[in-house]
Design a protein around this ligand. Structure first.
Ligand code: 5GP
Ligand code: ZN
Length: 138
């Protein structure tokens, strides 16, 4: 199920790689993106390894959508961004870089570029503070 040894998100699911965790249930989990495009950039992933939307089960997609909504409300309560982007990429040609199904939640302000990725790793102290702040509103 999560035995894709080389998949970083499977390693996070198994607890073998660290993450700034937010919440989890039987089919989905959420944590901070460590290369945030904006403060509060969150990833919601399927617990099971599916490469993309074409492979993912309907139940897993529903679980990710429901968890994304809870996280969206927590982001709105705690960070009050002007807007919130929810997006999901399928295939390298679409910009997908981790081939385990996930959805991005990105707080946005008017005038932001439509940047989907950052090369700058987030500061650990800021990531842990944001994860606690968001988790407190779940
Ligand atoms: P994709 O391009 O596949 O839609 O997005 C993959 C996301 O995963 C990127 O935003 C990237 O910053 C994030 N990412 C890559 N490796 C790690 C990691 O080890 N931990 C976390 N939390 N996020 C990661
Ligand atoms: Zn995986």
């Amino acid at each position: 199920m999560n035995n894709h040894a080389d998949c970083i998100f499977c390693q996070i699911v198994r607890g073998e790689a660290p993450s700034f965790s937010l919440c989890q249930d039987e089919q989905a989990l959420a944590f901070m993106d460590i290369f945030p495009v904006a403060p509060g950039h969150v990833l919601v992933i399927t617990r099971e390894h599916f490469e993309n939307i074409f492979e993912a089960s309907d139940d897993s997609l529903r679980a990710v959508a429901a968890m994304s909504k809870r996280l969206a409300q927590a982001i709105r309560t705690q960070l009050a961004p002007e807007g919130l982007g929810v997006f999901q990429l399928n295939g390298a040609a679409a910009g997908q870089t981790v081939f385990h199904y996930h959805q991005h939640l990105i707080p946005r302000s008017g005038g932001d570029s439509l940047q989907l990725h950052s090369r700058v790793r987030g500061n650990d102290g800021e990531l842990v503070a944001l994860s606690r702040k968001l988790a407190a509103a779940l």
